[in-house]
Design a protein around this ligand. Structure first.
Ligand SMILES: NC(=O)c1ccc[n+]([C@@H]2O[C@H](COP(=O)([O-])OP(=O)(O)OC[C@H]3O[C@@H](n4cnc5c(N)ncnc54)[C@H](OP(=O)(O)O)[C@@H]3O)[C@@H](O)[C@H]2O)c1
Length: 290
C-alpha cells in the first residue's frame, strides 16, 4: 500500500463500516498517515477488536470507536452527538457502511432497509456533521457508491419497494442515490471548502453478501474468487480521503483513483433535488438543510 500520499497528522477522520472489508483497510491507512481515526461499528466486540488491530498495525494510539446501527435514525443522531461532544474537528468523513438485502426488510424506522442503510444513513450523518466539517475546512466527504448504479433508475414514488422486490435492484438504486446525493451536496457546498466525491471500489472480496443466508455466502465466495483484494479495493477511498491531488476536487466520481463518468441518470439535477427533499422528509431534516 502506497502511504506516501501526505501526512494526516492533526486531522480527524470518521469511517463508517470500518469493522470489515473496504472500510477497515481505509481506517487503517488513514491511521497509518497519522490521523485520529474514529471507527464506526455496530458491534462493540468487532469495533474494539478493529481498534486494537489498527493501533497495533500502525503504532497510532489515536484510533477509537463509536457504536451505531446506521439503519436506525436514532442511532445516527446519537452517533453525531457523541462525535461532536468528543472531537472538536472533522476533516474527513468516509460514508462506507453498506449492504445488500436479498429479501425485503424494513429498518426500525419502517423504511426499506437498503435505502435506509445505504442512502439515508449517508444523508443524515453527513448533514448532522456538516457544521463540524465546515468549521474544519478544508475538509472532505467520501461516499462509497458502486458501478451497480449504472443499471438503476430511481423511482422516487416507490422508494419503499412495496411491490416486487429484487435485492440487486434495490441495491443498485441505493448506490445511484449515493451519487445523486454527492453531486447535489457538492453544489450546495460550493465555496465552503468542504468537498464531496463518490467512488466505485471495484469488485472486492469482502464480507459483502454474507448477511444473506447460505445463498448469500455462496455468492460471497464467488466474489472473493473473482474480485480484487481488499487492499486494492480500498485504494480509491484512501486516495479521495487523503491525496493532495484531489484536495480541491468536488462533485466527481472515481474508480481506480481516476475520475470516470457515472451514469446519465446520476447527472439529473431534478432527480437529485427531489431525492434531497424526500430524504430530508424521511429523516426529519429541514428540506433546505445544509
Ligand atoms: N465488495 C464489493 O465488491 C463492493 C463493490 C461496490 C461497492 N461496495 C461498497 O463498499 C462498501 C463497503 O462494503 P464492503 O464490501 O467492505 O462490505 P463488508 O465487508 O460487508 O463491510 C460492510 C461494513 O458495513 C457495516 N454495516 C453493515 N450494516 C450496518 C449497519 N446496519 N450499521 C452499521 N454498520 C453496518 C458492516 O459492519 P459489521 O462488521 O457489523 O457487519 C461492515 O463494517 C459498501 O457501501 C458497498 O456497497 C462494495
Amino acid at each position: 500500500m502506497d502511504t506516501s500520499q501526505g501526512s494526516l497528522a492533526g486531522k480527524v477522520c470518521l469511517v463508517t463500516g470500518a469493522t470489515s472489508g473496504i472500510g477497515k483497510v481505509t481506517a487503517r491507512e488513514l491511521a497509518q498517515r497519522g490521523a485520529t481515526v474514529v471507527v464506526v461499528g455496530r458491534s462493540e466486540a468487532r469495533s474494539a477488536a478493529t481498534v486494537s488491530q489498527i493501533r497495533r498495525q500502525t503504532d497510532n494510539s489515536s484510533v477509537e470507536f463509536l457504536l451505531a446501527d446506521l439503519s436506525s435514525q436514532q442511532d445516527v443522531r446519537r452517533l453525531a452527538k457523541e462525535f461532536e461532544n468528543r472531537y472538536p474537528r472533522l476533516d474527513v468523513l468516509v460514508n462506507n457502511a453498506g449492504a445488500i438485502m436479498l429479501s425485503r426488510r424494513e429498518s426500525v424506522d419502517g423504511i426499506e432497509m437498503t435505502f435506509a442503510l445505504n442512502h439515508l444513513a449517508y444523508f443524515l450523518l453527513t448533514n448532522l456533521l456538516l457544521d463540524r466539517l465546515k468549521s474544519s475546512a478544508p475538509a472532505r466527504i467520501v461516499n462509497v457508491a458502486s458501478n451497480s448504479h449504472e443499471r438503476a433508475k430511481l423511482d422516487l414514488d416507490d422508494i419503499q419497494v412495496r411491490g416486487r422486490y429484487w435485492g440487486f435492484g434495490a441495491y443498485a438504486r441505493s448506490k445511484l442515490a449515493n451519487i445523486l446525493f454527492s453531486y447535489e451536496l457538492a453544489r450546495r457546498l460550493e465555496g465552503t471548502g468542504v468537498t464531496v466525491n463518490a467512488l466505485h471500489p471495484g469488485l472486492v472480496g469482502t464480507n459483502f453478501l454474507a448477511n444473506n443466508g447460505p445463498f448469500g455466502k455462496l455468492l460471497r465466495m464467488a466474489v472473493v474468487v473473482k474480485g480484487m483484494s481488499v487492499e486494492r479495493g480500498a485504494r480509491t477511498s484512501i486516495y479521495l480521503a487523503s491525496s493532495p491531488d484531489v484536495e480541491k476536487v468536488t462533485g466527481r466520481y472515481y474508480f481506480k483513483e481516476q475520475e470516470v463518468p457515472s451514469s446519465n441518470a446520476s447527472y439529473d439535477e431534478d432527480s437529485a433535488r427531489r431525492l434531497w427533499r424526500l430524504s430530508a422528509e424521511l429523516t426529519g431534516l429541514p428540506a433546505e438543510a445544509q
